[in-house]
Ligand binder design. Structure first.
Ligand code: NAD
Length: 495
């Protein structure tokens, strides 16, 4: 199957007619091609977006809201198709795509359909000076949205929905590793009545298609989610052009477990926060710190629960019940972890496991590839728990972004805080305790954009989302992102 670019409402081949292979992680086989787009495709898309901008930015809020709602409904009505496409493209369990990724993509559009109708700007009366100020919030023009492979449609739409709700036209590039659902979104947008040119989807590599988006002088802002190294490069490229930047980058999130926690809830949630989506969620708690008095029992229970997790083909007979079976699926009833996203990513994750001793740890369980019958070429890996003795080791300092977590004990709250804050990253942190004072102290002192207490991945779309330190700059979500996608202009009237 050939994926195409979506430019000015049309599906197009890349101008170079050059194509890249698209791999199915569950089998390791090529199952389609995607455009290897370059600066010419970005140029064409930007010209259409720029031409459409005056009209779209003057489209009423009610009409924008109506179209966004149509897109949300279009996504929901294709739940099964989109979930299967996402799971096949990414390797994630179909059950996860069906319950998390695709419903959340619909929620992103629905949420910003409502939010734009409630978004307001400020006025300031200059008392005693006979002047009145009001602030206009103007859309920026053409903006670039670049997203990663781990939550493909979920994160792609998390940027696009607020950008177009605020009146911008968009050049969007999904990850070249997982392009399929972004491709399917084009058709949904057309059906929903989104005018041609408002959203343009250009597929291809970061270093060519992505780079062309960064460098295009008519693209006024870049909203990026991806790795910290790429974020550095984007900042270096875009800062001299004075583009607005929102960078959502990597993490090495701490999970602080205190002896007074609700043990069963903590254990069940920690399994999820460690291995959901094969550990490939930027918010996964990859460094687990446990109060010493609980450490031995936690280690025993956690390892035994991890050993029970089932690794297998992402499609199971249970998740496909009642539907036509696709070409590849397995007959397992349950699967907890599917395949990692690519061969190169699998090898990167394996390097940390194979060198665990040298990198400062001891593997307690997992760490081996899994051979799934009929899909021996797939990128399957056992969930892995590594015990470390110091937070300064490579295993605790570098983002692995796979089904690998480390565990180590701590003696008191002060040490726990030091360990949690002891990395260059600062995306999220999770705390397990029933002590309210401790909750308040840690919430105040943890260096993270998001702190979860006795929960994980609990998301209210109105809240600010983003990281500190090397985890990024700027916030997505709610009105924060509508502020990012608009420019404030103050008008002062003297009377
Ligand atoms: P990546 O940085 O390799 O790629 C992300 C996107 O950037 C892709 O679309 C890629 O093609 C593009 N890109 C790469 N080089 C580019 C360039 N020179 N110019 C423009 N675009 C370029 O990241 P990835 O491997 O796809 O994703 C994994 C990373 O994303 C992890 O580090 C993870 O923590 C992070 N992530 C962060 C969040 C968050 O909200 N903070 C969410 C999900 C993933």
């Amino acid at each position: 199957m050939k994926i195409k670019n979506y430019i000015n409402g049309d599906f197009q081949d890349p101008q170079s007619n050059d194509w890249l292979d698209n791999y199915e992680p569950a089998s390791g086989k090529v199952y389609g091609q995607i455009p290897n787009s370059d600066a010419e495709d970005v140029e064409e898309a930007t010209a259409f977006a720029k031409a459409e901008f005056p009209k779209w930015s003057n489209t009423t809020l009610e009409e924008r809201s109506r179209i966004l709602m149509n897109i949300a409904n279009g996504i929901e009505s294709r739940l099964d198709t989109l979930a299967e496409a996402e799971s096949r493209d990414n390797g994630k369990p179909l059950s996860l795509a069906k319950t998390v990724d695709i419903p959340r993509a619909a929620s992103n559009f629905r949420f910003f359909a409502h939010a734009i109708a409630q978004f307001a700007s400020e006025s300031h009366e200059s008392v005693g000076l006979k002047a009145m100020n009001f602030t206009l919030r103007k859309p920026l023009g053409v903006v670039g949205c670049i997203s990663p492979w781990n939550l493909p449609l979920y994160l792609f739409t998390w940027k696009i929905a607020p950008a177009i709700a605020a009146g911008n036209c968009v050049i969007a590039k999904p990850s070249e590793v997982t392009p399929m659902t972004a491709y399917l979104l084009g058709e949904i947008c057309t059906e929903a009545g989104l005018p041609p040119g408002v959203l343009n989807i250009v597929h291809g590599l970061g270093t060519t298609a992505g780079q062309a988006i960064l460098e295009h002088p008519e693209i006024k802002a870049i909203s990026f989610t991806g790795g910290t190294k790429t974020g550095e490069h984007i900042a270096r490229t875009c800062a001299p052009m004075f583009k607005k930047l929102s960078l959502e980058l990597g993490g090495k999130n701490p999970n602080l477990i205190f002896a007074d926690c609700d043990y069963d809830k903590m254990l069940a949630t920690t399994l999820r926060s460690s291995f959901a989506n094969q550990g490939q969620i930027c918010l996964c708690g990859s460094r687990i710190f446990v109060e010493r008095s609980l450490y031995t029992s936690f280690k025993e229970d956690f390892v035994s629960r991890v050993k029970e997790l089932v690794v297998g083909h992402p499609f199971t007979s249970a998740t496909l019940s009642g539907r036509e079976k696709p070409a590849t699926f397995s007959v397992q009833q349950k699967v907890d972890l599917g395949a990692l996203v690519s061969k190169s990513h699998l090898e990167k994750v394996e390097d940390y496991i194979h060198n665990a001793k040298a990198y400062g740890g001891t593997v307690l369980c997992g760490g081996k590839r899994v051979s799934v019958e009929g899909y021996e070429g797939g990128y399957y890996l056992e969930p892995t728990v590594i015990e470390v003795t110091t937070n300064d080791c490579k295993l605790n300092q570098e983002e692995i972004f796979g089904p690998v977590v480390t565990i180590m004990p701590f003696d008191n709250e002060e040490e726990a805080l030091q360990l949690a804050n002891g990395t260059k990253y600062g995306l999220s942190a999770t705390v397990w305790t029933k002590d309210l004072d401790r909750t308040m102290r840690l919430s105040d002192s943890l260096q993270a954009g998001i702190v979860w207490v006795n929960t994980w991945m609990n998301r209210d779309l109105r809240t600010p989302f983003g990281g500190v330190k090397a985890s990024g700059v700027g916030r997505e979500g709610g009105f924060e992102v509508l502020r990012f996608f608009t420019e404030a202009k103050n008008v002062c009237i003297s009377y």
